[in-house]
Write a protein that binds this ligand. Structure first.
Ligand SMILES: C[S@@+](CC[C@H](N)C(=O)[O-])C[C@H]1O[C@@H](n2cnc3c(N)ncnc32)[C@H](O)[C@@H]1O
Length: 280
């Protein structure tokens, strides 16, 4: 889900950014339940499209509650899930208990920031960063990614952004206004996200980009929970009022949505994905 600029530029406020960067652990359960998933095909592309049936060693940095970690392990890969947030990692560990034992056994959890990975040099086949690169010191984290990858390994970076608003009454724009983040309704731009515009370290080859569209279907109460997990809503001074307004919108739109047995909202998503190879 969109993570909202401005994290950079003249309007960026370092204290507010730090508050948002560290706010995830407080809402880890809600985050895990309602944030958009990372589907198999998207994750497979991000780690370099390995041949079917071949297991890879993948480091999932900024793994959070493990939404991409679980996809990776389910695909048969060995995963090192890295995140500095105790709250997010606790939710990740809890979620492993719901997986088949042989899938959960493929996941190792490491508490660490991206900028100081206590992992060996040149061993990983891929590094995945799902919805988290913008929270890193990208110069230091980029150097760490280059260090832990083997030559020819892949760095994959992905962001979920909202897709085209095809629902009743332009409701996505209204949602963006309510939560105080009008930019998120703009969809994927022609340019990479701001945190990637400076490029990657020289150790990486050219960036490839691919967009994956999907629909995130939510009940009205789940949209409220989802909004409560957005970092800019977590620290909003009128958080409860914002969430109440999201709830009113969600119920109104769900009544107008057709084609589903239950009242739901269809949040169009695009996963804006990038990958590059570690040069020899
Ligand atoms: C939006 S969540 C993404 C979680 C997960 N990858 C997903 O797609 O659901 C961002 C995550 O980045 C983590 N994070 C923030 N700063 C970080 C840093 N410097 N190094 C590593 N992870 C960081 C947060 O704790 C949070 O779990």
């Amino acid at each position: 889900m969109p993570e909202d600029p401005p994290l950079t530029g003249e309007h960026a406020d370092p204290a507010a950014i730090e508050a948002r960067r560290t706010a995830f652990g407080e809402v880890a359960s809600a985050y895990d339940r309602v944030r958009a998933p990372w589907p198999d095909a998207t994750v497979d592309w991000l780690i370099g499209s390995p041949p079917a049936g071949q297991s890879r060693l993948v480091i999932d940095i900024g793994a959070g509650t493990g939404k991409a970690t679980r996809t990776l392990a389910g695909l048969g890969h060995q995963v090192v899930a890295v995140d500095p947030s105790d709250g997010m990692l606790a939710a990740l560990r809890r979620s492993l208990a719901d997986l088949p034992a042989e899938v959960a056994a493929r996941v190792e959890v490491v508490a660490s920031p991206a900028e100081e990975l206590a992992l060996p040099d040149g061993r990983a086949d891929a590094v995945l960063v799902a919805q988290a690169w913008h929270w890193f010191d990208t110069t230091r984290a980029g150097a760490q990614c280059a260090r832990v990858l083997r030559p020819g390994g892949w760095l994959g970076l992905g962001w979920h952004v909202w897709g085209e608003d095809t629902g009743p009454d332009g409701w996505l724009e209204e949602l963006a206004e309510i939560v105080g983040n009008p930019e998120v309704a703009a969809g994927p731009g022609a340019e990479p996200p701001p945190s990637l515009r400076g490029g990657l370290p020289d150790a990486f080859g050219p960036l490839e980009r691919r967009l994956f569209a999907f629909e995130h279907v939510l009940r009205p109460d789940e949209l409220v929970l989802l909004a409560s997990s957005w970092s800019y809503v977590q620290i909003h001074p009128r958080r409860e009022a914002v969430l109440a307004a999201v709830g009113r919108l969600a119920h109104r739109v769900a009544r107008q949505t057709t084609g589903y047995a239950d009242p739901v909202l269809v949040l169009p998503h695009v996963s804006d994905c990038y990958r590059a190879r570690r040069l020899p």
